[in-house]
Design a protein around this ligand. Sequence first.
Ligand code: GRF
Length: 194
Amino acid sequence: MIVPIAILGSGKGSNCRAILQHIRDGKLSAEVKVVISDVLGAPILDIAREFGVPNTYLPPGRFRTRLEPAAEAELVEMLQEAKVELVVLAGFMRVLKEQMLSAFPRRIINIHPSLLPKFPGLEAWKQALVGGEKVTGVTVHFVDEQIDHGDVIAQRAVPVLSGDTPETLHARIQTVEHILYPEALENVCQQLQP
Ligand code: GRF
């Protein structure tokens, strides 16, 4: 079965690209029905276009870290209309609330650039560097009502090397993300098979 999914993101969309490429290469049994961004003109929307995937800007409303309730209701409606089974967050910078969580229980997945529960929150690679960690990593997890929290689907370690800057460490983490996220999604899709 090909699982219909949606991807939500606010930024550059490199994970979105990795997912779309894995699908194109026949390595992920999903179809991206729609890519949605809360940022007008975000590069992730261009990537969707490049792959011929429907994409849309969702005006987020007046809050900074979450969607306005009317916007979240619109999001639920769009996703239900597109009949998506999984909602994949790929750099989506807003916290999803009750409306989304109850419409898609255990069906929203996120990727975070640390070995959770270590370093939730913003710029986790910087937190690892400042904390003097020798190893950090990547976590794919189900989304719940807490930030960067929820059952872990997959994790992979990434070494912190001496001389790393935030940029070099983040780049190494992202290389791993682009492999781990499609792999983890494929496992979830296999488990959704009837
Ligand atoms: C990734 O580092 C991901 O772990 C975090 O946001 C970033 C998104 O990057 N949640 P991109 O837009 O996929 O390049």
